[in-house]
Design a binder for this molecule. Structure first.
Ligand SMILES: Nc1ncnc2c1ncn2[C@@H]1O[C@H](COP(=O)(O)OP(=O)(O)OP(=O)(O)O)[C@@H](O)[C@H]1O
Ligand SMILES: [Mg+2]
Length: 268
């Protein structure tokens, strides 16, 4: 049974059709890459998995059960953590407050609940150490932090949710080489723990470095699904752009004048 199974997903924004009958699935212990050109519908699709958008049609099944998510909080409760393309950090808050945003730890003194800042700070340190993210002063607001640090904080927040499915929308886009390596290591670490990971990336090299399968989207639809060990970067790029491999056997006869007609026609 697939960890996540989406069928016939549609999403319209006014006159714009962002998703047009999308079927998508991913398994536990798998890294599923989601690729496609700008505007193909990748972010919209994962926002429907993350509870940030509600699909206009279609079903979402998690571990075999139909789910309906009205908010990102609903998705968290179901074990889905999403790191959005826009990162969605609270710029004016410090590091622990970002990591525990919406799921603050509390303790009670004489029956009165207080935020447990000490435990949140401790846990933040542990998470960042695990991820090898260097941040000296946790009390600084995150607005001035580097792309890599911000990515690290967003990943730490997802990790802290202890989700079964982690979705990352362009996690390496703004990062330096060493930071990219760290994020890819982290993705492999999650897979080794049996979690499902959906990785949206424009970087084909990253996709081939960590993914088990790749789903290619084009113009709001799924163009193809391939196992990484049964495809090539060239094929994936051709699927993204909609370019077909030249297949002479399908050329109309009147169009084969010149040298092309002399080429051997591939069988099958
Ligand atoms: N909130 C919205 N309102 C109106 N149109 C939207 C909205 N969100 C997405 N769209 C449109 O839906 C289509 C798909 O957008 P989406 O952001 O999902 O693409 P994407 O594949 O993530 O692209 P990119 O690679 O650039 O991030 C685009 O035409 C986009 O303009
Ligand atoms: Mg996007």
């Amino acid at each position: 049974m697939a960890l996540l199974e989406m069928t016939g997903i549609e999403k319209h924004f006014g006159g714009v059709t962002a998703l047009n009958g999308v079927d998508f699935e991913t398994d536990a212990g798998e890294v599923m890459a989601l690729v496609g050109d700008n505007g193909a519908g990748k972010s919209t699709l994962i926002k429907t998995i993350a509870g940030a958008h509600q699909p206009d049609a279609g079903t979402i099944r998690l571990q075999g059960k139909d789910v309906f998510m009205r908010s990102p909080q609903d998705a968290w409760k179901l074990g889905i953590a999403t790191i959005f393309q826009e990162l969605a950090l609270a710029d004016k808050m410090n590091v622990p407050d970002n990591i525990f945003l919406g799921q603050e730890l509390r303790r009670s003194i004489l029956g009165i609940p207080f935020l447990d800042r000490k435990r949140m700070r401790q846990r933040t340190r542990e998470l960042l150490t695990d991820l090898e993210v260097q941040i000296q002063d946790l009390d600084l607001t995150v607005e001035a932090m580097s792309g890599g640090q911000r990515q690290g904080i967003a990943i730490a927040r997802a990790l802290n949710l202890d989700a079964d499915l982690i979705i990352m929308d362009e996690p390496t886009a703004a990062l330096a080489v060493a930071e990219v390596r760290k994020v890819l290591d982290f993705i492999q670490h999650l897979r080794a723990q049996g979690k499902g990971v959906i990785l949206i990336s424009h970087n084909i090299q990253d996709v081939f470095a960590v993914a088990d399968r790749v789903t290619v989207m084009r113009q709001g639809q799924v163009e193809a699904v391939r196992r990484i060990d049964a495809t090539t970067p060239e094929e994936v790029i051709a699927l993204i752009t909609g370019a077909r491999a030249v297949d002479l056997s399908h050329r109309p006869a009147h169009n084969t004048g010149g040298d092309a007609a002399a080429q051997p026609t591939p069988a099958g």
